[in-house]
Design a protein around this ligand. Structure first.
Ligand SMILES: NC(=O)c1ccc[n+]([C@@H]2O[C@H](COP(=O)([O-])OP(=O)(O)OC[C@H]3O[C@@H](n4cnc5c(N)ncnc54)[C@H](OP(=O)(O)O)[C@@H]3O)[C@@H](O)[C@H]2O)c1
Length: 284
């Protein structure tokens, strides 16, 4: 049986949908914090059990009978997420899983300005020490392009701090790839980069946006201090502004410049490009 955590979230919810298209529902289980939000899965024959990274015993029970367990990276910003991930890995080992998979991020490293990368690195370190086979799905960045680019349709500019190359994938592609890995005949071991075939920059987004809009959308580089001050004055919490800046700083340092064809191979097609994503109203 394959058990998926975070199945009431966006990424792993989509992964379960892709699993249902590939294997019978009685081979799939989910471990979710609130089972009342997973009745759509129970109705389709998926085993739904309550589990939380904050409750090791419930987690172990929700992992029973698992051959593979897909752990979502925690979205609980108030928690010690590395401790949560370590606890979840330990529960998966105790439950007898033969392989543990984890949703990580491309560019994972300890020594970086962008805090999530060190969280993923510490989690991967614990996976490697677990004694169980493991796979880390190092997804490119994803999310609502408006949060990355600002209101370019209204302003005609993408005014952000200086950036460097990074990958921006469609979350639905990342989910499809995860399902392909979970159901593959041959296992994928260790960290796997799931990125666009070539990295992009905000200048590429501006070129793409210009093509879509049929008018010039300029990439304007704003210096770091000015950008943070403007973000705060427009209502962005100070910590969030600095966190976002740290992502741009990490792109400049080349942490995300590596690209890999694995995502394309797993999908059997090109991943959705940034133009695809900018034109698709369903992208989140
Ligand atoms: N690569 C990227 O660019 C990128 C972007 C955004 C996020 N992420 C990371 O990738 C993860 C998955 O992304 P997503 O888009 O699916 O985010 P999401 O929709 O916010 O889903 C996060 C999932 O994590 C679950 N969760 C949080 N804390 C938990 C805990 N203590 N115990 C068990 N489950 C817990 C949530 O459970 P509930 O459903 O009960 O709330 C939810 O299902 C995020 O959590 C975040 O770490 C990566």
């Amino acid at each position: 049986m394959i058990i998926v955590t975070g199945a009431t979230g966006t990424l792993n919810g989509a992964t379960v949908d892709h699993l249902l298209a590939r294997i019978p529902p009685d081979q799939i289980g989910v471990s979710v914090r609130d089972p009342s939000r997973a009745t759509h899965l129970a109705d389709r024959g998926v085993r739904v059990r309550q589990g939380s990274y904050d409750d090791p015993r419930a987690l172990r029970e929700s992992f029973a009978d698992a051959e593979q367990i897909l752990l979502v990276s925690s979205s609980d910003l108030a928690a010690d997420v590395v401790a949560q991930h370590r606890g979840a890995i330990d529960a998966a080992v105790a439950a007898g899983a033969q392989r543990i998979l984890y949703t990580s991020t491309h560019g994972t490293a300890f020594d970086t300005p962008y805090p999530p990368l060190a969280i993923h690195a510490a989690t991967e370190q614990h996976l490697a020490a677990s004694g169980v086979a493991w796979t880390s799905l190092r997804n490119g960045f994803y999310g609502d392009p408006a949060q990355l680019l600002g209101a370019w349709q209204e302003t005609g500019v993408i005014a952000m701090p200086a950036d460097g190359p990074f990958s921006w994938v469609d979350r639905r592609d990342a989910a499809e790839a995860a399902a392909a890995i979970l159901t593959a005949d041959d296992p994928f071991d260790g960290p796997i980069d799931l990125t666009l075939p070539e990295p992009v920059t905000l200048a590429d987004f501006a070129a793409s946006a210009s093509e879509i809009a049929g008018r010039q959308i300029d990439r304007v580089v704003v210096d770091d201090e000015t950008w943070v001050a403007e973000a705060i004055s427009s209502g962005v919490p100070e910590a969030v502004a600095h966190f976002t800046l740290s992502m741009f700083q990490a792109t400049r340092s080349g942490y995300f410049s590596h690209s890999d064809p694995t995502l394309m191979r797993l999908l059997g097609r090109s991943p959705r490009s940034i133009t695809d994503q900018l034109t698709d109203p369903d992208v989140r």
